[in-house]
Design a protein around this ligand. Structure first.
Ligand SMILES: [Cu+2]
Length: 461
C-alpha cells in the first residue's frame, strides 16, 4: 500500500507514484516512500546485513531504506496528513510520509545511518532521536544543537547506532504544537547478534492523544489534560489492530508515551516482564513479573511473554477514562436516581427528544444508536462475539491461536472457546444469601453529601 514519490515532489512526480524517479538519483537523495492507508503493513525483512525479526507496527508500516556505500539511508518528509482514527472518523494531523505517526525506522546496532528530513509543514521543524546515543549536533533540538529546518528545506542527520534497543523520534521545534498534531514515530535498533533477545513476534506502537471537538477535524493544540481521543498510533478502539500471535511464540510488545499523562498498560491472561526501556535492555536479574506496566510521559517500555495460552486477551490502558472516545467530563452522576418524571418535564418544556441516561450506569450506551455529528466516534462502541464491547480509546486484543503460520498476522476471527470454558448464566433456583443491604443504607440525616436530587428542596449547609 505504500508508494514512492520523487524527492523533488512536483505534481508530475507524484503522478508517477510507483516508479523510482530518475531525478532522485540525480539529487543523490533517496526517494521518500509514502503511505495512504492506516492498515498494518507486513513487516520489512532485512535484505542485507545481519538477520533480525522485524517489528510489526500497529496500523502502521516500516520505512524502506537504501544502501549508499556503507550508509543506510532513509528519507522522512514532515507534512500535513489525513489519518483515519477509526472507521467513521478522519483527522487532519501533521505527520511523516503520509501518516501519523510516521513510519517505523528499523536498523541494526553498528549501522551507519543517514536520515534526510524534508520539511513540508507551514512552519519550522526538527527531528529529535529520543533515547539514542549520538553526537550532540545530531540531537535535533532546534536552536540548541542545530538551526530549525525551515519550510521547504531538507536537513541530513548522520550517526552510528551505538546500542540496540527501543527508541522514538519526534520534533524539538514548536514541539507542543507538533506533537499535539501527531508528529512522532517509532525507531527500533536490532542487536547485531541475531540470537540476542530474539523473539518470534515484536509489536510496536506509540501512545498519543488528541482533543478534537465532535464534528471537527483538527486537534485543539492547547489542551493539556482533557483529551477526548486516547490513541495508539493515532488510532482509537475499535480502529486499533489486534495483536495476532501464534501459540508458543515468544512475544515482545514495545510502546512509547508521547501524551501528557501516564498510562498503566494492562494485558490479560499472562504474567510478563519488562525487558527494555528507552535506556536499554533490562538485565534478566533485574526483571520481575507484572500484569500492568505504567509508562510515564516521554518514556518507553517493552515487555515479553511466551504465548502459551490461546484466547482473545484484552490489552488496554487501565485508566478507565482512556478506554472511552469523545465524552464530556462535566456530566453528573445519576446512578440510583429515578429520572422518569424529570425527563417528562424536560420533554414537555424544552426538548421532545430528551433522553435520560445513566440511572443504571452507562453500559447501555454500548448498544445505543445515538444521533451524533459526522466524523465523531461514539464514547463506547465495538461488538465482539458475545455482544457490545462498551469500549473506546486505548483498547485492543491479543489473539493467541494454535497452528498459525510463522509470521502470519492475519486476523483469525474471535476465539472458539472449548465447550464448557465460558462463564454462563446460572438458571437453577438461587438460595437466599445473607445481605447487608437494608442496614447498610444510610438513614435520612445520617450522611451529608451533595448529590443531584430529582425532587424536594436541597439541604441547607
Ligand atoms: Cu491511559
Amino acid at each position: 500500500m505504500f508508494s514512492r514519490r520523487g524527492f523533488l515532489g512536483s505534481a508530475a512526480a507524484l503522478a508517477g507514484a510507483s516508479a523510482v524517479s530518475g531525478r532522485t538519483a540525480a539529487a543523490a537523495i533517496p526517494e521518500a516512500a509514502t503511505m495512504d492507508s492506516a492498515v498494518m503493513q507486513p513487516p520489512l525483512y532485512p535484505s542485507n546485513g545481519p538477520d533480525y525479526q522485524p517489528v510489526v507496527t500497529l496500523n502502521g508500516w516500516t520505512l524502506p531504506w537504501r544502501m549508499n556505500g556503507d550508509w543506510k539511508e532513509f528519507h522522512l518528509v514532515a507534512e500535513p496528513v489525513v489519518r483515519e482514527i477509526a472507521p467513521g472518523m478522519k483527522a487532519h494531523l501533521w505527520g511523516y510520509n503520509g501518516q501519523s505517526p510516521g513510519p517505523t525506522i528499523e536498523c541494526v546496532e553498528g549501522d551507519k545511518v543517514r536520515i534526510f528530513v524534508t520539511n513540508k509543514l507551514p512552519e519550522n521543524t526538527t527531528v529529535h532521536w529520543h533515547g539514542m546515543l549520538l553526537p550532540n549536533g545530531m540531537d535535533g533540538v532546534g536552536g540548541v544543537t542545530q538551526p530549525h529546518i525551515k519550510p521547504g528545506k531538507t536537513f541530513v542527520y548522520e550517526f552510528v547506532m551505538q546500542k540496540s534497543g527501543t527508541f522514538m523520534y519526534h520534533p524539538h521545534s514548536d514541539e507542543m504544537v507538533q506533537m499535539a498534531m501527531g508528529m512522532m514515530g517509532f525507531f527500533v535498533v536490532h542487536p547485531r547478534d541475531p540470537a540476542f533477545m530474539r523473539v518470534d513476534r515484536d509489536f510496536v506502537f506509540l501512545l498519543n492523544a488528541f482533543d478534537i471537538d465532535p464534528g471537527a477535524y483538527v486537534p485543539k493544540i492547547m489542551t493539556m489534560l482533557e483529551f477526548n481521543l486516547w490513541t495508539w498510533n493515532s488510532r482509537a478502539f475499535p480502529g486499533i489492530d489486534h495483536l495476532v500471535v501464534r501459540q508458543g511464540d515468544r512475544v515482545r510488545i514495545r510502546f512509547g508515551n508521547l501524551t501528557m499523562t501516564n498510562h498503566p498498560i494492562h494485558m490479560h491472561g499472562y504474567h510478563f516482564a519488562v525487558t527494555c526501556t528507552d535506556g536499554g535492555w533490562v538485565p534478566e536479574s533485574a526483571r520481575w513479573p507484572e500484569t500492568s506496566i505504567d509508562v510515564g510521559v516521554g518514556a518507553m517500555r517493552a515487555f515479553e511473554f511466551v504465548a502459551d495460552v490461546p484466547g482473545d486477551w484484552a490489552i488496554h490502558c487501565h485508566k478507565s477514562h482512556h478506554t472511552m472516545n469523545a465524552m464530556g467530563h462535566g456530566v453528573k452522576t445519576f446512578i440510583g436516581v429515578p429520572q422518569r418524571d424529570t425527563v417528562k418535564t424536560i420533554q414537555r418544556l424544552a426538548s421532545p427528544d430528551y433522553m435520560a441516561m445513566g440511572s443504571a450506569g452507562m453500559g447501555e450506551m454500548g448498544e445505543m444508536e445515538m444521533p451524533m455529528p459526522d466524523n465523531t466516534l461514539p464514547m463506547m462502541t465495538g461488538f465482539g462475539q458475545f455482544g457490545p464491547i462498551e469500549m473506546g480509546g486505548m483498547f485492543s486484543v491479543v489473539k493467541v491461536r494454535e497452528g498459525l503460520d510463522r509470521n502470519d498476522y492475519k486476523d483469525p476471527g474471535w476465539y472458539q472457546h472449548p465447550p464448557g470454558t465460558v462463564a454462563y448464566e446460572y438458571t437453577d433456583p438461587v438460595p437466599e444469601a445473607p445481605s447487608r443491604k437494608s442496614d447498610a443504607a444510610p438513614k435520612p440525616g445520617e450522611v451529608e453529601v451533595q448529590v443531584v436530587k430529582p425532587r424536594g428542596k436541597s439541604h441547607k449547609h
